[in-house]
Design a protein around this ligand. Structure first.
Ligand code: AMP
Length: 176
């Protein structure tokens, strides 16, 4: 049953070569979002590992992490907290910088978004090098909260991002 659901998800992820730049094979999740059965199966598979666990929030990373994160938060019965690109969140923020292939980028969280000791799940559509997720972990910790787990729909295994998040628990639905 779980394998059936995984193959449904796999069939709804489209490879787009050379986007956004040459040499990148982009994993396009919009066909999955557009298919209610696949999207529901995705959120159910993301939620199942947390059955019976006490959690306080789902943190979603801009922007595809918002789509999965908001639905997962609803399913888990907790609130949703956005992590955004710099300058988007209106109130006081923490900021974490991370390295890209060329240069660096940053993400932010509202300083009052989480309570000290909160157990949170951090969600994004895909983990590649793990740099973005690691920066999100830093933001959660600067709020005084803990990352109970990371959840990703897609894991680009060769880039070994999940190893960068060790010893945190990392749940991925599809390995490529
Ligand atoms: P990273 O920080 O290297 O783990 O990159 C993860 C972020 O970049 C996620 O927000 C992804 O949505 C996006 N991303 C990186 N590589 C790809 C790819 N091949 N296809 C789609 N999104 C990607």
């Amino acid at each position: 049953m779980t394998e059936e659901r995984r193959s449904l998800l796999r069939s709804r992820i489209r490879d787009v070569p050379d986007f956004p730049s040459e040499g990148i094979l982009f994993k396009d999740i919009t066909p999955l979002l557009a298919d209610v059965e696949a999207f529901r199966a995705c959120i159910a598979l993301m939620a199942e590992p947390f059955d019976g666990e006490v959690l306080h929030a789902v943190v979603g990373i801009e922007s595809r992490g918002f789509m999965f994160g908001a639905a997962l938060a609803d399913k888990l019965g907790v609130g949703f907290v956005p992590v955004r690109k710099p300058g988007k969140l209106p109130a006081a923020t923490h900021r974490a910088e991370y390295e890209l292939e060329y240069g660096s980028d940053a993400i932010e969280i509202h300083r009052d978004a989480l309570e000290r000791g909160d157990q949170v799940v951090v969600v994004d559509d895909l983990i590649a090098t793990g740099g973005t997720a690691l920066a999100a972990k830093e933001l959660v910790q600067r709020c005084g909260a803990d990352v109970a787990a990371f959840v990703f729909l897609v894991n680009l295994v060769d880039l070994r991002g999940a190893e960068k998040l060790s010893p945190s628990r990392v749940i991925t639905l599809l390995d490529y």
